[in-house]
Structures are given as structure tokens and as C-alpha cells.
Design a protein around this ligand. Structure first.
Ligand code: FAD
Length: 285
């Protein structure tokens, strides 16, 4: 990762984008990225399909960000469904594309994996992939963290203990799962620092701009929904533009509160929506 990403914190705004769902939609994503680049993010991260299914697209989009837009790109990379040779291939493709920054993830168990395959996976946890990347590449490595604990973790403290292992394995930056209630992030930060986790942690914020998005997001992330947010859906859910504005406003208030508490590094889950992302940036910068 560029020096400024891992070593200088304070006021970094960054975005997550996802690759096109269809192969012929690349132009739309490039147009989106061109718009996002005007907001001068510290970096843009690109998601990776479950089980590695979309790794080629991830590399291609990350390469465009890094080499055409000259913005640091972080390519997400999961390992749950990958053999060591698959990971080596992704490493080679990233090197070839001049993308040297990755978000090392375990990923969720894909539907095609049976119990034996899951138990025998090459990389058990994200920290194993992180260690492998540290030992075999000169990539700068980021990892994921969970202010409300990961859904599989037996306890919050156990999850934090494993997070510390991620730092020990070579992670230089953490990006948090989205959350809607800042108090959970403040509690998490306190516990993470108490546990000796010292690397920068960027707060993940997702604007909820449609009623449908909230359902999908909560199912995927496990994040809890405060009453203030469900009230917004009840009030504006049937009026798309009002709902969009209310969702942007909720995210802006969350970020301003984080900034007021001294948490200045914010990662926005852009959902590939440049207008809402721009409005948020203009309000919080
Ligand atoms: P891990 O860090 O391995 O943790 C998973 C669970 O294992 C946790 O409960 C942890 O406590 C436990 N654990 C860790 N180490 C040990 C150990 N040594 N012993 C026992 N238990 C252990 N998914 C995608 O498919 N593609 C993406 O692009 C993507 N991007 C993401 C970006 C961010 C910022 C976040 C927060 C998540 C993203 N995800 C993505 C989702 C992620 O893949 C899932 O949340 C997945 O279930 C966990 O991945 P992880 O890397 O956090 O796993």
C-alpha cells in the first residue's frame, strides 16, 4: 500500500466499488470510477466474488483505478474456496497489473463446498492468507474487522483476539464492516486498542438509499438496525428520491459524529452510486 494509506491517518476518505455483474458492463463501471476519481479518494477498494468467481474482474477494475486513474487501488481477495495454486495465480495477475495492495479475506463458505472440502480448505482463516501473502509477496495487506463481532465468532473478545492475529500476520490496515450505530464502533475501537491492535482502522459506512437495500445489507452484514434508521424506511421507503436523500443524510450524520469523536478515516461503501457518494463527501469534507 502506498505510504500515505497505512502510515498517515486522519481524514482519509476512501470508497468500495464492486465489479460489473455482466462482462459487457465494464464501461459503466469505468464511467462510475471516472466520477469517483473527481472526489480524490485516498484509495478505492474493489470487491471479489465469493469463492474467487470474479477475480479476473477485480484485477481488471483495480488495474484501471491504479494505472489509469492513478488512485491507489486495493483488490479484495478471498481464500475460502481457493487452493494455494489459485491464490498464486491471483497474486501473479495482480503483480502483472501493477496492483500491490490487497484486502485479504477468508470469505463466506460457498454453497458448492461440502463439509469435507470446507474442513480441508488450504487457508483456514484470513490471517493464514495474510501470512502467506506477507511471506511470498511484497504486497501491502489490509484486513476486515467487525465492530459488532463477526457472526461466527463465539464471543466479541475471541473475535478481537483473532483480529490481533491478523495484525501479527502482516496486516497494515483494517477496514470495518458497515455499522449504523456509532456507539458499537466506539466500543469496538476501545477494545481493539486495549487488546494491542495498533494499525489504522477505517470506519465502514454504507448509505442506505432504498428500502430494499436495507434488507439485503442486514442479511449479508449482520449489522443491527437502530430505530432511527428503520423509522426512515417507514417514512420515506415508498418515495425513492426522498428515501435516497434521507439515507445520504443519515450517513452524513454518522460520519460527522465519527469525526467529532476523532475517527477521521472513513471508508464509504459506495454501492457504485456516484451521486450519493459525492453528496456525502461534499457534506463531510
Ligand atoms: P476471518 O478473519 O478469517 O474471520 C472469520 C471468522 O473466523 C471470525 O469469526 C473470526 O473470529 C474467526 N477466526 C479467525 N481466526 C481464527 C482462528 N485462528 N481460530 C478460530 N477462529 C478464527 N466477502 C467477499 O466474498 N468478497 C469481498 O470482496 C468482501 N469484502 C469485504 C470487505 C470488508 C471490509 C468486510 C468487513 C467484509 C468483506 N467480505 C467480503 C465479507 C467476508 O468475506 C466475510 O465476512 C467472511 O465471513 C469473513 O471473512 P474475514 O476475512 O473477516 O475472515
Amino acid at each position: 500500500m502506498n505510504k500515505e494509506i497505512t502510515q498517515t491517518t486522519g481524514g482519509q476518505l476512501s470508497f468500495e466499488v464492486f465489479p460489473p455483474k455482466k462482462d459487457d458492463d465494464f464501461e459503466n463501471v469505468y464511467a462510475l470510477l471516472n466520477q469517483l476519481s473527481l472526489l480524490h479518494p485516498a484509495f478505492i477498494s474493489v470487491t471479489y466474488g465469493a469463492g474467487g468467481s470474479k477475480s479476473k474482474k477485480t484485477v481488471e477494475i483495480a488495474s484501471y483505478i491504479q494505472n489509469t486513474l492513478h488512485i491507489p487501488a486495493i483488490a479484495h481477495m478471498t481464500c475460502v474456496g481457493s487452493a494455494r495454486s489459485d491464490i498464486d495465480q491471483v497474486i501473479a495477475a495482480l503483480k502483472e497489473a501493477n496492483v500491490n495492495q490487497v484486502l485479504a479475506l477468508r470469505g463466506d463458505r460457498p454453497a458448492w463446498m461440502d463439509d469435507a472440502q470446507y474442513e480441508g480448505r488450504a487457508f483456514a482463516h484470513a490471517s493464514d492468507l495474510t501470512r502467506y501473502l506477507s511471506e511470498h509477496t511484497d504486497f501491502q495487506i489490509a484486513g476486515a474487522c467487525y465492530p459488532e463481532k463477526h457472526y461466527e465468532a463465539v464471543s466479541f473478545s475471541e473475535d478481537i483476539r483473532h483480529l490481533k492475529e491478523k495484525e501479527e500476520a502482516g496486516a497494515k490496515l483494517l477496514i470495518s464492516q458497515l455499522f449504523f450505530e456509532n456507539s458499537s464502533f466506539y466500543h469496538f475501537m476501545e477494545e481493539a486498542r486495549k487488546a494491542g491492535i495498533t494499525i489504522p482502522i477505517h470506519a465502514g459506512i454504507m448509505p442506505i438509499t432504498t428500502a430494499k437495500q436495507l434488507g439485503t445489507t442486514v442479511t449479508l452484514s449482520g449489522s443491527s438496525v437502530p430505530k432511527a434508521l428503520s423509522d426512515l424506511i417507514a417514512t420515506y421507503g415508498d418515495h425513492p428520491e426522498d428515501m435516497r436523500k434521507a439515507g445520504v443524510d443519515y450517513a452524513v450524520r454518522q460520519i460527522q459524529d465519527l469525526q467529532a469523536h476523532g475517527f477521521l478515516d472513513i471508508h464509504i461503501y459506495s454501492m457504485n452510486k456516484p451521486k450519493s457518494t459525492r453528496e456525502i463527501i461534499e457534506a463531510v469534507r
